[in-house]
Design a protein around this ligand. Sequence first.
Ligand SMILES: NC(=O)c1ccc[n+]([C@@H]2O[C@H](COP(=O)([O-])OP(=O)(O)OC[C@H]3O[C@@H](n4cnc5c(N)ncnc54)[C@H](O)[C@@H]3O)[C@@H](O)[C@H]2O)c1
Length: 278
Amino acid sequence: MKNISIIGCGAIGSELAHYIDTEMCDSVKIISIFDLKLHQIENLKATLNNNNPEVFTNFSLLVSSDSFKKVELVIESASQSAVKEYLRSILSKQKDVLIMSVGSFADSNFFSEVIHFINDHSNNIYIPSGAIAGIDAIKSVKKFITSVTLTTTKNPKSLRGAPFFEKSNVDLDSLYKKTIIFEGSAKEAVEQFPANVNVAALLALVGLGMEKTKVMIIADPSILINKHEIKVTGKFGEFIFKVKNIPSSKNPKTSYLAILSAIECIRSIVTTGIKYGT
Ligand SMILES: NC(=O)c1ccc[n+]([C@@H]2O[C@H](COP(=O)([O-])OP(=O)(O)OC[C@H]3O[C@@H](n4cnc5c(N)ncnc54)[C@H](O)[C@@H]3O)[C@@H](O)[C@H]2O)c1
């Protein structure tokens, strides 16, 4: 039995908890749930039948609780700022962590600090493939990659609010056809489109890094799904992965695949036996 704690009870956290409660209650126990918003925790707790987690709206109380001593794996499904604020403390308590807000690792100083810490201790950090496919293959050919390009196509509404538009002439509301909005490095994409950063950041971490990973963002008013096309070239040949993601019913910014990918990651952590894929 793996004892877990969930940080962030929104679209991902609540669907994960619900899945664990109904499908994995023999192998995973939800010890505690934490969110800054009490109603999110209450809504989630009300849906659980087989688990009765302790609830927290304060991080210090969570990590100092007796129940947290029993936790082996912390699932972060909150925000990039939550990762930056809480991760050091969780790792220092010898917990393993599954991170959904991988965009937080686009900050190279923070990422280096985390890598140093886990190299000196024996923690594991798990980062699911999230909203994209092909991470297994990219990991395998890492040494032979010469270029990685991510083309993300979204409805203009999904891009609204990005810092990029503060200095750009593009008016998302008047777009009537597919339009290239941004071309640059993953590092620039992270700065200009933080809400799209998870996919770009994960690709950069696994492949060529933040500077050399190229990102194109396209707004298409005719689509409601999130599309990602990843092209990787090198001495091994070439990969092209295309993903057309249905958004989560609870949060249109989050692809349903990201939730399913986290479920599969947890399953691989808690099960023994044959492991498929890289
Ligand atoms: N890796 C991927 O492919 C991928 C895909 C989709 C979303 N994400 C990321 O996963 C995270 C969760 O996504 P979601 O769709 O569930 O979001 P959501 O907005 O539905 O839920 C997030 C929840 O976390 C809580 N929260 C935010 N900051 C917090 C903090 N500092 N402390 C405690 N609680 C906090 C919020 O109150 C909210 O209830 C986001 O950072 C999102 O960008 C990653």
